[in-house]
Design a protein around this ligand. Structure first.
Ligand SMILES: Nc1nc2c(ncn2[C@@H]2O[C@H](COP(=O)(O)OP(=O)(O)OP(=O)(O)O)[C@@H](O)[C@H]2O)c(=O)[nH]1
Ligand SMILES: [Mg+2]
Length: 366
């Protein structure tokens, strides 16, 4: 290919520099413990920006639905036995059917759940023995969305099953490693980083701590009444507060804005009426047990627990807070727009400059 003349080359370089200059790359970190809802928030953001799902992703969701239903019901059956709960003959038959199911519950996940196993899971969910076990789900680890999988499992195993939008949001796939999603919104290219939240994976987070525009820290509100997957003796909320303390006080994040997303508000509102927050924080004496105000008071108390973790040199740091259920698109849209607009405002000069450059370039092209 002939080399372009000097003038043309000069123009090429100029155009390249202008284009690079007019594009801003803003990195947003989604941090939080496992199951706090980081990937769910990201799934919703992708939907908001109309980023569709590939066939491969749909197949992964189908597989997750099968694994989630079988694995969680097996946990309940085993736990029932551990609690010394006796199964009726009918329930025992369903337990046996479930235990014969041979799909892969560890990666690489695989296999389909036969319809008779799905029926057994549905029947087990309705049985008194399993309901009594589930009542005590704060004593052992189980996914807090398990009810969704049990109630829908017979639909998941239909021949022509295609995951609905809600299924896609509710599917639980543990994140492995660090994943980046890019969203173009001129003049900014948002790079949203989703990490694996489990204890063993947190050491790797540091590799994505450079050039961060803001951190969104997810808290699973339902975690006050649950134990950790990695350590069934540890309360999830206690683990989250400790993690937050560690992260927010890192010198690298000293001047980086933090947003607290208190997630799974739907579960929290149901739970708090049955299980007092004092189980997790004995100092908390929530009044008006069944009144709406109780939810608000409990949320305020939890928020203060996070605020208290700011070190001496961070006493002026603001912690904008959102209470949300990321299973609802509108909640994520509202929360994301709040973060996005705040970041744009904090970087107004740079954004305006890039915007003007882009407009100039577009005029030139015309
Ligand atoms: N009920 C309810 N379930 C939710 C909500 N947000 C997330 N979930 C469910 O919680 C589970 C865990 O969510 P994930 O988004 O996978 O959690 P994560 O923080 O990415 O977890 P790791 O990848 O292990 O770090 C999934 O089954 C979600 O469907 C919510 O607002 N309400
Ligand atoms: Mg995840």
């Amino acid at each position: 290919m002939p080399r372009p003349k000097r003038d043309a080359r000069h123009k090429e370089v100029e155009n390249f520099l202008e284009t690079t200059d007019s594009k801003l790359q803003y990195k947003v970190l989604l941090l939080g413990t496992g199951e706090s809802g980081k990937s769910t928030v990201l799934k919703q953001i992708k939907t908001i920006y109309k980023i569709g799902r590939t066939d491969e992703e749909l197949a992964e969701i189908t597989c997750a639905m099968h694994v989630n239903a079988v694995e969680n019901m097996q946990i309940l059956c085993n736990q029932a036995e551990e609690f010394g709960i006796k199964f009726s003959t009918e329930t025992q038959e369903h337990v046996d059917t479930l235990r014969k199911c041979s799909i892969n519950l560890e990666p690489p996940y695989g296999g389909r759940v036969p319809p008779q196993v799905a029926s057994a899971i549905s029947a087990l969910w309705l049985s008194q023995e399993i309901q009594n076990t589930y009542e005590r789900s704060n004593e052992f680890w189980i996914l807090d969305s398990c009810e969704y999988y049990f109630k829908n499992v017979e639909r998941f195993v239909e021949e022509d099953y295609v995951p609905t939008e809600e299924d896609a949001i509710m599917a639980r796939v543990r994140t492995q490693g660090i994943l980046e999603t890019k969203i173009q919104q001129d003049p900014i290219e948002w790079s949203i980083i989703d990490v694996a939240g489990q204890k063993g994976s947190r050491k790797k987070w540091v590799t994505c701590f450079d050039n961060v525009k803001c951190v969104i820290f997810l808290v699973n509100l339902a975690g006050y009444n649950a134990v950790c997957w990695e350590d069934p003796l540890k309360n999830q909320m206690h683990d989250t507060v400790e993690l937050f303390k560690e992260i927010v006080n890192l010198p690298t994040f000293h001047d980086i804005p933090f947003y607290l997303f208190f997630n799974k508000k739907d579960l929290f509102e149901q739970m708090i009426r049955k299980f007092p927050l004092a189980n997790c924080y004995p100092q908390f004496k929530g009044l008006a047990k069944f009144a709406n105000a109780d939810v608000t008071v409990a949320l305020e108390y939890l928020t203060s627990k996070f605020q208290e973790q700011l070190g001496e040199d961070l006493q002026d740091k603001k912690l904008p807070t959102v209470y949300m259920a990321s299973r609802l698109k509108k909640d994520v849209q509202h929360a994301w727009e709040e973060v996005r607009d705040a970041v744009v405002l904090q970087n107004k000069k740079e954004v305006d400059k890039a915007r003007k450059k882009q407009e100039k370039m577009q005029k030139k092209k015309k």
